[in-house]
Design a protein around this ligand. Sequence first.
Ligand SMILES: [Zn+2]
Length: 204
Amino acid sequence: MKKILTVLECKMCNKKYSSNIIVELNLPDDKEYISKVKDFSIYTSCCPLCKKDNFIYFPINIIDEKRKFALLSDKSLEKKYKDYKVRIVNNGMELVEKYQIFTQHLDEQVIETINATLLRNLKIENKNINLQYMYCSGKTNNKVNFSNPSLSDIIQIDYKAILQLEKVLKDKNLLIDNNLLPKTKELLYNMVEERLREDNTNEE
Ligand SMILES: [Zn+2]
């Protein structure tokens, strides 16, 4: 684990105080801190002056030596992890998303496709709501959870649909990345829904 001593400004009393903040977690040694990354409590520090909790976001890197992945908030470290699967993350939610994908053996491209599709299909009247991030908050039973932090709702996708989408992507030899048009991603996902419906009809 790496920590740095930094000066924070309390949001409650506006006074400044020094605190040791975590900037890097090394797995498997720091495994116990992962739950704090997942529920964002790792970004909370207690002001020694007014004793109130502050939520202050600071970038954290997660390095997994055994599974060979590096989730980096600090882009400059990229060169250091040449043999690793490296992903640059821009915020705490992306950090959790990538961690979940890598440790639950989900397909990154599939998750990306579903994210884009769900985002597009969500009909939100209030345009001020930030819909930028949907993230995979974990797998329970045969469902994969997608959360929207600004709406606090969870959308569950059948794991079977994810496997099917993975198959479609492979069949078509498609590489999905962020540059792919949302419309194309939506079409793909619709195809999968279609196939699943067919499967269910055949089973009946
Ligand atoms: Zn304070």
